[in-house]
Design a protein around this ligand. Structure first.
Ligand SMILES: NC(=O)c1ccc[n+]([C@@H]2O[C@H](COP(=O)([O-])OP(=O)(O)OC[C@H]3O[C@@H](n4cnc5c(N)ncnc54)[C@H](OP(=O)(O)O)[C@@H]3O)[C@@H](O)[C@H]2O)c1
Length: 296
């Protein structure tokens, strides 16, 4: 009895397997097609947003900034690459120019040190003199820090704060009037997950990124009526030279490379965030409300 029943069920099961496998293949192909189309549309949208736009990137000599430069260059942006080393920036321009994409613009290089406040306004003036305006300012440059609060020299706290906070603030203030005049612009800041949470032995870094988050959230609310976007991006760990170049309690280099997400993949997802202006949505909703508050 048992064997007869089994004989009847087996072919039925096989038939079901066959039908399911036949249905799964077109379903998978369909899903892949939709996903591919979605990615293509995203790329077309991003290209339309970036093509011929003036994009300023700080910290373009390494890591995320360099990766952003490659993506924006390929998408046809008019790039202004900023950094401390003329040599490294020119090397990047040569690297980019050697890649052949349709409709690209030769990047322009501006050298200045974000930790030296005297150099920032002249650098912003040089950028504006060269381009006339800025569409997208990417405040990316930064340094990290490792050390205990007890052992850390105040000069180290100040250096991290100058580079990660006061530098981007000064550059943004210098570029902002031209954006307001044009009623167009997008200010992007690469903060960090440590701009949201504070962990031990990163005090100076976390403090600088918290300050950055607060400043640019305020800015977003203040300039919303000028049609200027402000996006603060808070990545987790990415494979770059950040940890290698981090400074320690006495100001010396930390010199240890740490693992993280691959930066090319990360930059693509960061750019999509930027395009969607995702970070904006919640605060933008609140902005109108905030503007009604007394100016205290
Ligand atoms: N990697 C991560 O895990 C991670 C996570 C969250 C957020 N972030 C943020 O992402 C941004 C980019 O960092 P990264 O990971 O790409 O590190 P990176 O590879 O070390 O690049 C940092 C860039 O900032 C520049 N820079 C440093 N100090 C400067 C100064 N005083 N003036 C001008 N430029 C200066 C560096 O220029 P030089 O070549 O001259 O040194 C370099 O181009 C930083 O703001 C960082 O806080 C990184």
């Amino acid at each position: 009895m048992v064997s007869l029943a089994t004989r009847r069920i087996v072919p039925k099961g096989k038939l079901m397997d066959f039908i399911t496998s036949m249905a799964i293949i077109p379903l998978l192909v369909g899903c892949m097609g939709i996903f591919g189309l979605f990615k293509l549309l995203q790329w077309i949208r991003m290209k339309a947003y970036i093509q011929d736009s003036v994009v300023v990137i700080t910290g373009a000599t390494s890591g995320l900034g360099k990766e952003c430069a490659k993506v924006f260059y390929a998408a046809g942006a008019k790039l202004i690459l900023c950094g401390r080393s003329q040599e490294k920036l020119e090397e990047l321009v040569r690297e980019l120019s050697a890649t052949h994409y349709r409709k690209t613009h030769k990047p322009h290089v501006v050298v200045f040190d974000l930790a030296d406040s005297d150099t920032i306004v002249p650098a912003a003036n040089e950028i504006l003199k060269y381009t006339g305006h800025v569409d997208i300012l990417i405040n990316n440059a930064g340094i990290s820090y490792r050390g205990t609060i007890m052992d850390t020299a105040l000069e180290v706290d100040k250096k991290v704060m100058e580079t990660n906070y006061f530098g981007p603030v000064a550059l943004t203030k210098a570029i902002l009037p031209s954006m307001i005049e044009k009623k167009r612009g997008h200010i992007v800041v690469i903060s960090s997950i440590q701009g949201k949470i504070s962990i031990p032995f990163r005090s100076a870094y976390a403090a600088s990124k918290h300050a950055t988050q607060a400043f640019f959230d305020c800015l977003r609310a203040e300039i919303e009526q000028h049609e200027i976007e402000v996006t603060v991006i808070c990545p987790g760990y990415i494979q770059t030279n950040l940890s290698l170049n981090a400074i320690t309690a006495d100001g010396s280099k930390y010199g240890v490379k740490r693992r993280g997400d691959k930066r090319d993949q990360k930059v693509k997802s960061l750019l999509l965030l930027l395009l969607e202006k995702k970070e904006n949505s919640k605060v933008k909703e609140d902005a109108a409300q905030w503007r009604k508050l007394p100016n205290t």
